[in-house]
Write a protein that binds this ligand. Structure first.
Ligand code: MN
Ligand code: MN
Length: 463
């Protein structure tokens, strides 16, 4: 064979991973950077699932979406959102084509690992006041000590009214922290395995040290309760009906001299929630019904009324089908879903846990995980060849830069997403999302290129 023929044949036969930097234009650069700015401001305002739902609704209402409650009327061409108890959100555009063609669903989650307060959290010890926490989701405990933490959430008082709490995000606010040993006295602690050096019960938030004037007992705790009561009207007993959580304080930041990356708390999974929202909001062409789901509780197994295992998705599809004159079983059978969740980015500092050929490389576009789970493909929906083939054609047509990956080496660990719970409802589903470094850490890292490819991918899927 001639050299040129060989080259052409090689081009045809071999797979080559694309890097966004190799193909992006000056024009793309501007779009990527502008889109990242919008995402970063979403991140700053949406550190909990509740805040993400509020921000999501703001974006949707601005785009003409109206609130829908179960049992309400749905008209073809209408744009709706269902606010599920302030903790998860379903936005949908009712298509003008036959509803039995199915619904295109983008499903992300908006809860992130964090430190929830216990129900009886406050105590005083040797002149300090603390709040006890119970961590939520998979955290590496040692990462959460000695960093500034903010308190977010809601307290429902005895009279049934709710108070929103955010302390530690404004520059003028105080912050909180969990203390750690000084290296000089940590000889014994330093010998412990990383996972056991800090016990769950030791993750206590330091919140004050000044006693209440004139008090004789529990003086500092007394003062803390008074400060909270003055500001929010709450008492110690109100913690039992509260959802308060400590999250890393501060805003999302550009990372790197080139500003090519974003360092922030909660990329998992707002980095997919935001493009799922913008995909449905910006959509103009689709005649099909499209839906964006922002779920809660993914980090602890998708259980409960705001988790993806809840039958609300089936109920909602039934309502849509009924209103638009279709059989809900047929609608689900013909629906398609991208479970929009993050993947582990290949980290050259830790090559030992990755199998590079099947890893998500930062800047190489949005990542498809045909299957997640752990060794032996346990606990995953494992999308079919046909469905992956379909998505592949959609991406090709839209010029999306994408790659496939597994979470890491087969026997080193694993993880799941909401994909299998949606697939269990007889809906074709595959995982798609952005690669993250330091996933579940107080500060996670993503690339702006990959974020933008996720936006392109989810938008193309909705068309
Ligand atoms: Mn996730
Ligand atoms: Mn996660």
């Amino acid at each position: 064979m001639k050299k040129t023929e060989l080259e052409a044949l090689k081009e045809k036969l071999f797979y080559k991973k694309e890097n966004v930097f190799d193909t992006r234009t000056k024009k793309d650069e501007k779009k990527i950077s502008d889109y990242a700015k919008g995402y970063m401001s979403f991140l700053d305002n949406a550190k909990t699932e509740r805040e993400a739902v509020v921000e999501g609704i703001k974006m949707l209402e601005k785009a003409g979406f109206v609130e829908y409650t179960l049992g309400g009327e749905i008209k073809a061409g209408g744009k709706y959102y269902l606010n599920n108890r302030g903790k998860s959100l379903f936005a949908f555009v009712a298509g003008t084509d036959n509803i039995e063609n199915g619904i295109r669903i983008c499903a992300a989650h908006v809860d992130s690992p964090r430190l929830d307060l216990k129900q009886h959290p406050m105590f005083e010890n040797e002149g300090f006041a603390y709040l006890k926490t119970h961590y939520y989701g998979g955290i590496r405990k040692y990462q959460w000590v000695t960093i500034p933490l903010a308190l977010h959430g809601v307290v429902t008082t005895a009279d049934g009214s709710s108070v929103e709490v955010v302390i530690g995000e404004d520059d003028k606010d105080p912050v909180f922290c969990i203390t750690d040993l000084l290296p000089h006295l940590a000889r014994e602690q330093s010998q412990k395995p990383l996972g056991t050096a800090h016990a769950g019960e030791s993750l206590n938030l330091l919140i004050g040290s000044q006693p209440l004037d004139g008090a004789t007992e529990d003086k500092v705790k007394f003062n803390m309760l008074k400060i909270l009561n003055d500001k929010y009207g709450i008492c110690e007993s109100d913690f039992v009906s509260a959802e308060l959580t400590a999250v890393p304080a501060g805003k999302a930041r550009d990372l790197g001299l080139d500003r090519s990356m974003i360092a922030a708390y909660g990329h998992d999974d707002r980095v997919c929630a935001y493009p799922s929202l913008t995909a449905i909001i910006e959509n103009k062409d689709s005649k099909n019904t499209i839906m964006c789901i922002l779920a809660d509780k993914e980090e602890i197994g998708s259980e409960g009324v705001s988790g993806m295992k809840c039958r609300l998705i089936v109920d909602l599809i039934e309502e849509i089908a009924k209103n638009l004159g279709g059989n809900p079983n047929v609608v689900r059978a013909n629906s398609m879903c991208l479970s929009a969740d993050v993947s582990a980015g290949y980290d050259p500092m830790y090559p030992e846990v990755f199998e590079k050929r099947n890893s998500a490389i930062i800047n190489c576009g949005v990542v498809m995980n045909k299957y997640t789970g752990g060794g032996g493909k346990s606990s995953t929906n494992d999308a079919s060849a046909e469905y992956v083939g379909h998505i592949r054609r959609v991406f090709k047509e839209a010029g999306v830069v994408w790659q496939t990956a597994e979470l890491g080496k087969i026997d080193v660990g694993g993880g799941g997403t909401v994909a299998m719970y949606i697939a269990n409802q007889n809906i074709n589903t595959v995982d798609l999302g952005v690669a993250v470094l330091s996933m579940h850490a107080p500060m996670e890292v993503i690339s702006k290129n990959d974020l933008y490819e996720a936006h392109k991918a989810l938008s193309a899927f909705c068309k």
